[in-house]
Ligand binder design. Sequence first.
Ligand code: ATP
Ligand code: MG
Length: 349
Amino acid sequence: MRNYKIAVIPGDGIGTEVLAAGIDVLHALARNGDFAISPQQLPWSSDQYLHLGHYIPDGGLERLKTFDAIFFGAVGSEKVPDHVSLWGLRLPICQGFDQYANVRPARVLPGVTSPLTNGKDIDWVVIRENSEGEYAGNGGRVHRGLPIEVATETSVFTRRGVERIHRFSFELARKRPRKHLTLVTKSNAQRHGMVMWDEIFYEVAKEYPDVTTRRELVDAMTTRMVLKPATIDVMVATNLHADILSDLAAALSGSLGIAPTANLNPEREFPSMFEPIHGSAFDIAGKGIANPIATFWTAAMMLEHLGEAKAAARLMKAIETVTAAKVHTPDLGGTATTKQVTQAVIAAL
Ligand code: ATP
Ligand code: MG
C-alpha cells in the first residue's frame, strides 16, 4: 500500500479552514481506499512572517523536496503587502520546483448555478504558463518620487518555456474527449513574445494532428467564454492572461469557492503543488463559512497526479452528490457551514 507524504501549508485566512477540511476528507478516502496519507503541517504564513521575518525558513525548499506533493491553502494578509506575501511564499515554491504548468479546470457542478444561462456548456481546462512571461519579476524602478520616475516590467519568454507549455497543453487536450485546444495570445499588439508564442504553437501542433486548434486574441477570448462557452475545451495562455481568464472561468462556473488549481512539474523532478484558486478571503475568515469544495476538488487533482485515479474519481462523485443535494455555503446561496459541507462529503464517500 502506498503511503503519500503530503506537505500541508495552510497559510493565511480561510486557507487554514479549508485545508483542515481537505485533510479530513483525504483521511476518510484513505480509510476505505488502498492508500495512506501522511500529512505534515508547515506553519509558513503571514503571521510567521510578521514574527520571524520570513515565510520559508532556511532550508525550507530542500525539506519540501522530500514530499510527494504539496497541499497549499492561501497566502495574503492585510498586514503584509500582497507582492511581499506572494513573492515570500507561493512564487518561490512554484519557481524553485519549476512548476511551469498551472492547470485550472472549470465546470458547473450539479446543483450549482452559473451566472450564464448556457453555463452547462462550460467544461474547460485553463492552462497557465507558470514560470516566466509577465511575472518573471524582471524590471526596475528608478528616481522614486521624482517627476522623472520610471518603472519597467519586462515580460520574458524563452523558446524552452513556450515550447514545453504548448507540448503540455497538446498532451492534455489529446486525453480529453473533444481534443480541442485554443491558443490565447495578443500577437496583434505585442509583436515580439506573443508572435513567438503563436509560431512555436504551430510548430508543436504538427506533432498532434489529432488535436484541433483555434487561435484567439485574449480580449476576444473573454467574450467567447461568456457568449459561446460550448466552443471551448482546453485553452493555453501566458502567466498574466491565464491568471485573468481563469478567474473569469471560476466566476462563470458558479463561485471562486469551488475552483481548484494544480501547479505541476510535469517531469516529476520536484513535487507539484495543489491549491484552491481563491485567496485568504479575510472578509469571511474565522466565520466557518468558507466553501471547502475548491479544496476538495484540488485534493482530487492531487490524487490523480499521485496515480490514485480511482480515489480521485470517488472524491469527485462525492463532491457532486453534495453539490447536487444543495448542501451549499453562502457563496453558492446556501446556509451550510464549512463543517457541514465537509461532513456531507465524508458521508457521501
Ligand atoms: P488574495 O489577496 O489572497 O487573493 P482576496 O482578498 O483577493 O485574497 P479571494 O480569497 O481571492 O480574496 O476572494 C475574493 C472574495 O471571494 C472573498 O472576499 C470572498 O468573499 C469570496 N471567496 C473566496 N473564496 C471563497 C470560499 N472558499 N468560500 C466562500 N467565499 C469565498
Ligand atoms: Mg485575490
